[in-house]
Design a protein around this ligand. Structure first.
Ligand code: NAD
Length: 498
C-alpha cells in the first residue's frame, strides 16, 4: 500500500493484508467532504487469527538475541524516518490536528523507538548472585503476546511507545488502532513490521467486537491500553478473566497551580501552550487553572487576550494555530459542556478567530473557550474535557488549592508556577500525580528520556518510557542453582542465552 494515499485499508496479519466483509469510513475531521480511508472491520475470528500468528512468531522472536532485536528496531526507526513527511500529512487528514503536531507525533514515535533501543541491552541483562552454596540468576524474559490498544490523539508516539519495548524484550504484538485515526499508524506499523518475523506485528481494526475479543483472548499475556478511564475499566475487567498483566494509560485532568509570587505575563504564554496543544486533546494538557484570588482578574484578562490570538482552521493551512476536534462525540460533548457550564451560572467566553469562516460547518471546528466564575465542583472543572475549553478557579490559601487539585480521581500531570524554585519543588511534592512540572507544562528532551510517564489514582496503572517502562514488558524468572547437594558435578554449561 503506498504511503499517504486515501484508500482501502485491510487488516494486517502474519505479514498478509487481510480483507474483511465490512469496511468503515474515515472522514477528514477538518473537511467532511473527503473520505480519507475505507477500513476493514475486524471480528473476533480475525482477532483469534492475529493472536495465533503473534503467538507462533513469539516462539521464534523470543530466542533472537537482544543485540539483534535492538539492531532491527534501529533499522525500523530509520525506515520510518524516510517516510515521516507522508505519514504526518496523512495523519492530519484522518485525525484533524495541525501539521506541526502530527510531525511532532511521528518524530516522537521514531525517537521513542531509538530511546528504547538505547536502553534495552543493558536493562535486559540477567542478574546473578553467588555464594559458596548457591547461584541465583534473575532472568528478564518476555511475557508473550501483547495486545496494544491505542487512541487517536497521538497515535504514532503512543503506538511506538508500546511497540519498541514489547519487541526489544522479545514479545510480539497485536495492535488495535483507534477507528478515528487508523491509517497513518497502520502504514507506519507495516513499515516497522518488515524488519521483524511474520506475525511479530499484527493489526486488527474495529471497535465493539475487536477490543473485548483481544483483551479476553487466553493467549494474550499483556494488555497495554491507552485511552479513556471508562474503557480502561472494561479492559481491566476483561483481562482479569485470564489474569493478564495490564498497563493502563488513562485520562487526566491536570491542574495548573499559579502561586502568588508568579508574574502573569511570564506564565500566560507558556500556559496557553500547555492548555491547547492539539486543541486540548492531550491526556496531560492543562485542564483546570487555579489562580490566587488577588491575581484573578489580571490573570483572566491576560489569558483571554492570548487566547483571542488563536486562529482555528484546517490542519494543513499554515495560518491555523488551533485545529478542529477529532470526532463527532468529542465535538458534541464540548458543545454540550459549554451549554451546561453556562446554565450552571458560570461565564463562558468563546474567543479566537475563524481562519476560514466559509468552511466552518464542514469540520468539527470549535472556538477556544475560557470559563470564569465557575464553582470548583462544576463538571468543567472536575471532569476531563479533552477539548478547547479551560476553567479558571480562584483560591485563597495553599491548603485550599492543594485540596482542590488533589480532590479528583485523576492523577496524571500537574504544574506549579512560581519564581521561587524551592517553594515550587516543595509544593510539587504534595501533588497527587504521576508527573509534576514547575514553570512549564510539557516535557523537555531530558524529560522525555528520564521521566517515566503515567498516572496515579484512576489515571492509570504502570508507566511508559525509561527502563521503568521497559520493565512492564518482562517477567522475572528467578533460578536458584544449589551447588552442594549433588556429588560429581559438571561445572560448565550454565551460560544464559538471553
Ligand atoms: P477510548 O477509551 O474511547 O478508546 C481507546 C481505544 O480503545 C480505541 O482504540 C478504542 O477503539 C478501544 N476500545 C473501545 N472500547 C474497547 C473495549 N471495550 N475493549 C478494548 N478496547 C476498546 O479513548 P479515545 O477517545 O480514543 O482517547 C481519548 C482518551 O484517551 C482521553 O481520556 C485521554 O486522556 C486518554 N489518553 C491517555 C493517555 C495517557 O498516556 N495517559 C494518552 C492519550 C490519551
Amino acid at each position: 500500500m503506498p504511503i499517504g494515499s486515501a484508500m482501502k485499508l485491510d487488516l494486517f496479519v502474519n505479514h498478509q493484508h487481510v480483507p474483511t466483509d465490512a469496511y468503515f469510513e474515515v472522514r477528514d475531521p477538518g473537511n467532511f467532504s473527503e473520505v480519507v480511508a475505507m477500513v476493514a472491520t475486524g471480528t473476533a475470528r480475525h482477532v483469534d487469527d492475529a493472536v495465533t500468528a503473534a503467538h507462533a512468531a513469539f516462539q521464534v522472536w523470543r530466542n533472537v538475541g537482544v543485540s539483534e532485536r535492538v539492531e532491527r528496531i534501529l533499522a525500523a526507526a530509520a525506515a520510518l524516518e524516510a517516510v515521516s513527511a507522508e505519514l504526518a500529512t496523512t495523519l492530519v487528514k484522518e485525525q484533524g490536528m495541525l501539521l506541526r503536531d502530527t510531525q511532532r507525533d511521528v518524530a516522537n514515535g521514531i525517537k521513542t523507538l531509538r530511546e528504547t533501543a538505547a536502553l534495552a541491552e543493558a536493562f535486559l541483562q540477567s542478574e546473578e548472585f553467588e555464594d559458596e552454596g548457591c547461584l541465583i540468576r534473575i532472568r528478564k524474559v518476555p511475557r508473550g503476546v501483547v495486545a496494544a490498544i491505542v487512541p487517536w490523539n497521538a497515535p504514532m508516539s503512543l503506538t511506538m511507545a508500546k511497540v519498541g519495548p514489547a519487541l526489544a524484550s522479545g514479545n510480539t504484538l497485536v495492535v488495535k488502532p483507534s477507528p478515528f485515526a487508523p491509517l497513518a499508524v497502520s502504514q507506519a506499523l507495516q513499515v516497522v513490521a518488515g524488519f521483524f518475523p511474520p506475525g511479530a506485528i499484527n493489526i486488527v481494526h474495529g471497535d465493539g467486537e475487536v477490543g473485548p475479543a483481544l483483551t479476553r483472548h487466553p493467549l494474550v499475556r499483556k494488555v497495554s491500553f491507552t485511552g479513556g478511564i471508562k474503557t480502561g475499566k472494561a479492559v481491566m475487567a476483561a483481562a482479569a478473566e485470564s489474569v493478564k498483566n495490564v498497563g493502563l494509560e488513562l485520562g487526566g485532568n491536570d491542574p495548573a497551580i499559579i502561586l502568588d509570587d508568579a508574574i502573569p505575563a511570564d506564565v500566560v504564554p507558556h500556559l496557553v501552550r500547555g492548555i491547547f496543544p492539539r486543541s486540548g486533546q492531550v491526556c496531560y494538557a492543562v485542564k483546570r487553572v487555579y489562580v490566587p484570588a488577588a491575581l484573578y482578574d489580571k490573570f483572566f484578562d491576560m489569558l483571554c487576550e492570548a487566547v483571542s490570538q488563536l486562529r482555528v482552521g484546517y490542519g494543513l493551512d499554515p495560518r491555523s494555530t488551533l485545529a478542529p476536534v477529532n470526532n463527532r462525540n468529542q465535538f458534541n460533548f464540548i458543545k454540550g459542556l459549554i451549554e451546561r457550564t453556562r446554565q450552571s451560572g458560570a461565564e463562558v467566553y468563546q474567543l479566537g478567530q475563524k481562519v476560514d469562516p466559509e468552511s466552518w460547518e464542514n469540520g468539527y471546528y470549535l472556538l477556544p473557550s475560557v470559563v470564569r466564575n465557575v464553582a470548583p465542583t462544576a463538571e468543567v472543572v472536575v471532569e476531563e474535557q479533552f477539548g478547547p475549553i479551560i476553567p479558571l478557579i480562584p483560591y485563597r490559601s495553599e491548603e485550599e488549592v492543594l485540596q482542590m487539585a488533589n480532590g479528583t480521581e485523576h492523577g496524571l500531570g500537574s504544574s506549579v508556577w512560581t519564581r521561587d524554585f524551592d517553594r515550587g519543588l516543595q509544593f510539587a511534592e504534595r501533588i497527587e500525580a504521576g508527573l509534576s512540572f514547575i514553570n512549564s507544562h510539557a516535557r523537555t528532551g531530558l524529560g522525555d528520556r528520564h521521566m517515566p510517564f503515567g498516572g496515579v489514582k484512576q489515571s492509570g496503572i504502570g508507566r511508559v518510557r525509561t527502563t521503568i517502562g521497559l520493565a512492564e514488558y518482562i517477567e522475572y524468572h528467578a533460578i536458584s542453582l544449589n551447588k552442594t547437594n549433588m556429588s560429581n558435578i559438571k561445572k560448565e554449561g550454565h551460560q544464559d542465552a538471553t
